[in-house]
Write a protein that binds this ligand. Structure first.
Ligand SMILES: O=C(O)c1ccccc1NCC(=O)[C@H](O)[C@H](O)COP(=O)(O)O
Length: 218
């Protein structure tokens, strides 16, 4: 049973998968989405072959490509592998033509935008017309994701309430010890876990994965 204060509809994305055995366990435990990072500078980047194999085996509807400032041609190439959702990290001043190109290639419903929002910055509202899902990650000056740092859960709750017509995903430093508190405070309907359930970048720790889903009552 999930802890009583937790949304029973909570969805979990396990990100940074490179191996089928990790994805398989995550799915058995109840993961709703499997994230495959294709950004070459990430220590968790999957090769095209690994991404293809994972796309073959992860059930349709659950396959999320994760990248940074993807070029249009590259995005078309990744889409060919069969991903269902496309999480693209970008800066808040990304140009509107780029956002429109991403939306044109994968569709607004499949595009998950992850703007890198420095502390104190207003939410980049102009992005809302391009994607139905917004991922709010912890800010890190030198990284676009996978920092292991937690974000501002209260601010997440504010933004998710203010823009309730969009789906907001909470990311950043979630692990078996803090996930229930993070979800309670933020009110997140979807939460993303990555380095908090790893043994090393790109390799999931099965005990931590089990502990995370157990904490959520799954
Ligand atoms: O994880 C990465 O290495 C990464 C690199 C560049 C862009 C995005 C990346 N990860 C995207 C995710 O969805 C992560 O799960 C998210 O940033 C949270 O990571 P963590 O703080 O390790 O839980």
């Amino acid at each position: 049973m999930p802890p009583p204060h937790l949304n029973s509809e909570l969805k979990i994305k396990v990100c940074g998968l490179t191996r089928w055995e990790d994805a398989e366990l995550a799915l058995e435990l109840g993961a709703d989405y499997c994230g495959v990072i294709v950004y070459p500078k990430s220590p968790r980047a999957a090769t095209r072959q690994q991404a293809w194999e994972l796309c073959q085996r992860i059930p349709a509807g659950k396959r999320v490509m994760v990248d940074v400032n993807t070029g249009a041609d590259e995005l078309e190439n990744w889409a060919d592998l069969g991903f269902d959702h496309f999480q693209i990290h970008c800066d808040i001043d990304v140009n509107l033509a780029t956002l429109a190109a991403w939306r044109g290639i994968v569709g607004k419903e499949q595009l998950w935008l992850a703007p890198k929002i420095p502390p104190g910055e207003a939410f980049p509202q102009t992005m809302l017309e391009f994607a139905d899902t917004i991922l709010v990650d912890a800010y890190h000056a030198d990284k676009y994701g996978g920092s292991g740092q937690t974000g501002n859960w209260e601010l997440f709750a504010e933004w998710a309430t203010l823009y309730a017509h969009k789906r907001f995903v909470l990311a950043g430093g979630l692990n078996p010890d803090n996930v229930t508190e993070a979800v309670r405070v933020s009110g997140a309907e979807t939460a993303d876990v990555n380095s908090g359930v790893e043994s090393q970048p790109g390799i999931k720790d099965h005990a931590k994965l089990r502990a995370l889903f157990a904490a959520l009552g799954r």
